[in-house]
Design a protein around this ligand. Structure first.
Ligand code: NAD
Length: 485
């Protein structure tokens, strides 16, 4: 059990130096143990994942409580967005780890006749998983499932902004694993930086693009490989051919679940100008259907809170700045500084220079922009960093394909928002500013594995081309060249 680590984590007087020393000690233990895990069997890995899954299910009440204490997240959303994704990821790994681990035969190329080749999936070794606060349990334990399936040890660094969830995970992992296999370190930037100073074999970071750059910089000191699951402004295009009621239902859920604090939440919403008024009315109606009157939403238990006052202030500033620059608040706008509460808020006529147009919103504000030609929406999307997701609503396939083929994003949802995250057979990841690498299912297994090329010579003739380069070897090399040119 990770008793020593837990003591350091809990020791309020525990200095940064003491924690650094503790990190070094645990890291060294994990390095030694990682070598033993190289030869772990599928059955051993699956047994651990089963225990992790059972622990998550057994401690569901504690998870509800921690999520509520951290940001009043409703139980239904905890089930759907924290517990269920972990259980699904675990089930996938339980079923398929054996198959994923198997070496994959590769056909010989012409130049390689007489050889046998295969891909061998070796564990990366000691992995660091740094997670954000917005889906605190899910975004820590889902990558851990992949790391275990691939045969690694892991150190977890949950976010300090959701301390109840962070402590709960530390307790759960402490019960399940010895610190040589999985350890948890609590803390903020300093803790992260002490961890990043270690020569990890892989770092799996989920968080903002700004911190992603710091993580990648630190990783470069040891040439540690990284997976960066970042964020961005995931745009939405609503074509006039869309089934408005269905489209808006999915968008409103995607936008306001978790109070908009989702990496793939719809951000800038581009609506065809012919349907703008109908769209705005439908969003209001859909909000009423889901949450009752917007004016009374403060007391609705299905609507969670902004995580803390710092983030509340940031989002409120985005709203104030947009308003000062002439934006119209067509619904919502109610707020309560003491409660970190901001109602779902729809904005139109937003100035291009407003901060809400540049920064990832990560909160319950929905700026509605209009276009008459979809190419204008595409050009605006392309003028910004590549987002993590892009959503397009409509029935006209030409418009849908035009948007997809002329833009770039980590993933795409057509007539759906956020659901691609839950599809275990699709990779989940970003592109450039929204991330590097993939998570989930077999993609997650590969992320935490080194795909090793193994070539075995059986009866190849390559030795005939070795020195001394006699006239005969020269001829042979020339014939070979001719064959390939
Ligand atoms: P963040 O980048 O501020 O923090 C993430 C983690 O990094 C935390 O554990 C934090 O303690 C640590 N950290 C913060 N500053 C650091 C520093 N200077 N050096 C080292 N470590 C540091 O992100 P956040 O506010 O927790 O989460 C919100 C961001 O995460 C958004 O941008 C969102 O889009 C993104 N996100 C992405 C995904 C995804 O799967 N792609 C999922 C959720 C959130």
């Amino acid at each position: 059990m990770s008793t020593a680590v837990q003591d350091i984590n809990r020791d309020a007087a525990g200095s940064a130096e003491a924690q650094r020393a503790e990190i070094e000690r645990v890291f060294a233990k994990q390095q030694a143990y990682a070598l033993r895990l190289r030869t772990s069997t599928a059955a051993e890995r699956v047994a651990k994942i089963k225990r992790l899954k059972e622990m998550v299910l057994d401690r569901a009440e504690d998870i509800y409580k921690a999520c509520y204490e951290d940001f009043r997240k409703p139980e239904a959303e905890v089930d759907m967005t924290e517990i269920l994704p972990i259980v699904m990821e675990a089930n996938d790994a339980i079923r398929h780890t054996k198959k994923w681990m198997k070496d994959k035969r590769v056909r010989p190329t012409m130049a390689m006749l007489g050889t046998q080749a295969r891909l061998h999936y070796e564990p990366r070794g000691v992995c660091l998983i740094i997670s954000p606060w917005n889906y605190p349990i899910n975004l820590t334990l889902m990558p851990l499932v992949s790391a275990i399936a691939a045969g690694n040890t892991a150190i977890l660094k949950p976010s300090e902004m959701t301390p109840h969830c962070a402590r709960l995970m530390e307790d759960m992992m402490g019960e399940l694993f010895d610190e040589q296999e999985v350890a948890t370190f609590q803390g903020a930037v300093e803790t992260s930086q002490s961890l990043l100073a270690q020569p990890f074999d892989h770092i799996f970071f989920t968080g903002s693009p700004a911190v992603g750059k710091i993580v990648m910089g630190a990783a470069s000191k040891h040439l540690t490989s990284v997976t960066l699951e970042l964020g961005g402004k995931s745009p939405v295009v609503v074509d006039k051919s869309a089934n408005l009621k269905k489209a808006v239902g999915s968008l409103v859920w995607g936008k306001f679940a978790n109070n908009g604090q989702t990496c793939i939440a719809p951000d800038l919403t581009y609506v065809h100008e012919d349907i703008k008024d109908a769209f705005v009315e439908e969003v209001k109606a859909s909000l009423e259907r889901m949450y009752g009157s917007i004016d009374g939403i403060e007391n609705n238990p299905d609507y969670c809170r902004i995580v803390n006052n710092k983030h509340y202030g940031r989002i409120k500033h985005l709203l104030d700045d947009a308003r000062e620059r002439g934006a119209n608040v067509v619904a919502g706008g109610l707020h309560d500084d003491a409660q970190d509460f901001l109602a779902p808020t729809l904005l139109t006529d937003v100035d291009r220079e407003a901060e809400i147009m540049q920064e990832e919103i990560f909160g319950p504000l929905m700026p509605i922009l209009t276009y008459s030609d979809v190419d204008d929406a595409i050009a605006d999307i392309n003028s910004r960093p590549k987002p993590l997701a892009l959503y397009v609503y409509g029935k006209d396939d030409r418009v849908i394909e035009r948007v997809i083929n002329n833009t770039s994003s980590g993933g795409v949802g057509i007539n759906t928002a956020m659901m691609h995250y839950l599809h275990g057979n699709l990779p989940f990841g970003g592109v450039n500013n929204s991330g590097i690498g993939n998570a989930h299912g077999e993609f997650g297994f590969k992320t935490f594995s080194h795909e090793r090329a193994v070539l075995r010579d059986r009866f190849s003739s390559s030795f005939l081309m070795q020195p001394p380069y006699t006239p005969f070897t020269r001829k042979l090399i020339q014939w070979t060249m001719k064959y390939f040119v």
